[in-house]
Design a protein around this ligand. Structure first.
Ligand code: AIR
Length: 205
């Protein structure tokens, strides 16, 4: 069975490999527990929608130019792994980290933000009660965060960070927003033109 030390050894070896940045994951998704997955799934959904591919083997990048990876990392159960992940983020070629945690002591995002600094960390409070512990950082120790459960938005924010360097991602973000606008326009016209009963019937078809 894989141990925490195995994972630390793995990511430290990857950090030492001096890999071509085009082959390393661009976004790292970490979460405090696999029980956070139902909430964190929005981040995967958004990245997939923007054309990112999942990289499951650091040494074997998928064909897609932009990629993400993910791990379960607990600030309290595996602090050594959290430290190693944050500390090696830059050397492993990550450009931005999305970190989600739940409960009242949701410390993975805020601690990772300090350890991985200056790599930006986008915190996802998995529950409403996690918001304060994710965003409550002292002056000089920044974190970017989304509202409780908004992992989809966290991924869009991560893409915005990458878009400063990569026009292709900026184009995908703009196209995504145009789609959203189109959806609202279609709903608006249907609500008006079909009337409320017709609009409800549309949803039942
Ligand atoms: N958590 C895990 N390690 C430290 C913290 N704060 C969080 C997880 C999850 C919650 O504790 O992010 O939201 C409960 O985890 P579990 O594994 O008991 O379901």
């Amino acid at each position: 069975m894989t141990t925490v030390q195995d994972l630390i050894d793995r990511i430290e070896a990857e950090a030492a490999a001096d890999a071509d940045p085009e082959t390393t994951p661009d976004v790292g998704i970490i979460m405090g527990s696999d029980s956070d997955l139902p909430v964190m799934e929005g981040a995967y959904e958004a990245l997939d929608e923007l054309g990112f591919a999942e990289q499951t083997d650091f040494g074997d990048a998928p064909d897609a130019r932009f990629t993400y990876e993910s791990y379960v990392v607990s600030a309290h159960r595996t602090p050594e792994l959290m430290y190693a992940y944050g500390e090696t983020a830059r050397a492993r070629g990550l450009d931005v980290i999305i970190a989600g945690a739940g409960g009242k002591s949701a410390d993975l995002p805020n601690m990772t933000a300090s350890i991985a600094y200056p790599i930006p960390v986008i915190g996802v409070p998995v529950q409403e009660k996690s918001v304060d512990s994710v965003i409550g950082m002292p002056t000089g120790a920044p974190i970017v965060a989304v509202d409780a459960g908004k992992s989809f938005n966290a991924a869009l924010s991560a893409a915005q960070v990458l878009a400063r360097e990569h026009d292709a991602i900026a184009d995908r973000l703009v196209a995504y927003h145009e789609d959203l606008k189109g959806g609202v326009a279609a709903d608006s016209a249907d609500l008006h033109d079909l009337g409320i009963d017709g609009f409800r019937a549309r949803g039942e078809e």
